[in-house]
Ligand binder design. Sequence first.
Ligand code: HEM
Length: 418
Amino acid sequence: MSLPAANLDFDLTDLDNFRDGFPFEAFRALREHDPIHWHEPTANTPDGEGFWVLSRHAQVVEVFKNPGDFSSHTGGDRPYGGTFIADVKTAGLMLNMMDDPRHRRIRGLVNSGFTPRVIGALEPELRRRARAILADVGDEGEIDFVVEVARELPLQAISMLLGVPQEMRGQLCDWIDIGLEYSGRKLGEVSEEAAQANANMIAFAQELIAEKTRNPKDDMLSIVIHARMEDADPPTLSNAEILQFYMLLFAAGTETTRKAIAGGLKALLETPGELERMRAHPELMETAVDEIVRYTTSSVYKRRTVTRDLEFHGKEFRAGEKVTLWEMSANRDDRVFEDPDRFDIARDPNPHVAFGWGVHRCLGANLAKLEIRVMFEELLAAWDEIEITGAPVWTRDNRLFGLKHLPVRFEGRAPVDP
Ligand code: HEM
């Protein structure tokens, strides 16, 4: 079906365009008519610059696989860069906004903590925690599934891995949510409330880092603080790198998986027959988890910066220009996925790019998938009936997009097996 050309001018920097759900139609038009699209600067565009928009699966993957020409740090004579449309000053210090070789060395320090075997060993503890979260849900009435259930398991898990005291997790998560809350501001702007929440997060992190510098424990943050990379210059992480490592992991660990769990439940309940199919066929859980991750794609786009003048499928890219890769759109590309808008828990193969691709592919992918699987298994075991009881509320954000609130009612609680 061909769509009017006007759709190609859709403003991807106007967050109001994401307030009522993801603008899938606009991306369908881009994939069809202008897959390597130049987005002109608008009243909302950070840094007053235009940027490239890649919407098809093939080209998104191509750029992910070429970090030499498409940097996560910066390019041309741009002092900063990073992976958001707006330049950020922490680019070059935060793991996901660094290039190799330093990126590879720092990632190598913690890689072994995220292998399927090591993450798999956490399953009994995550299951115990998931049961406790569900046991805390009241027996009657409606709950906000995002706040009371979906956010809890990822938050508890990342606190465990980083050695953050569990009693602080709620407060820390509230600060992150406020820091990332875009409801009253434009892209690239920082509200007073968000600045205060970030400052609180940093003050807490610095105290935690100081404590682990003095008294290392058996957690990932202690490992990174005390690591020596003999073949690197400098061989230890700077204070700024350690701080950014913590900030990235804590935020990445809590925000995205929460949105996948909540969006996954919504899709499961709204797609006729899928909930019953999942109950009848527990062996489909593995493909179901990947489908939840594809369908929700809670980290929606990434940005890279062009490092040299080059031609890309007939378009001239200049050093220093911003290129955005829209994973949410790539994951709905019918050149790769059959009936891409259908939520299908048996989808196989499912080569989605929701965890990225290549050198920066999500470090927490095994953990996120385990959390989603355990939470859905426990949820289905705990309740006979689950029902959405009101309108969902979406984040007003074009990057960390997903559900902010989802009113849900559970009925028919099964006996708890502690
Ligand atoms: C459904 C949940 C998740 C999604 C959709 C997701 C998505 C992504 C994506 C797309 C990237 C690539 C970034 C880029 O190429 O610029 C990434 C990187 C990363 N993710 Fe995740 N993520 C999820 C869960 C997690 C969790 C639970 C953790 C925490 C342990 C985590 C930690 C990271 C880190 C540290 C990186 C940077 C890796 C690097 O630059 O080498 N993520 N994630």
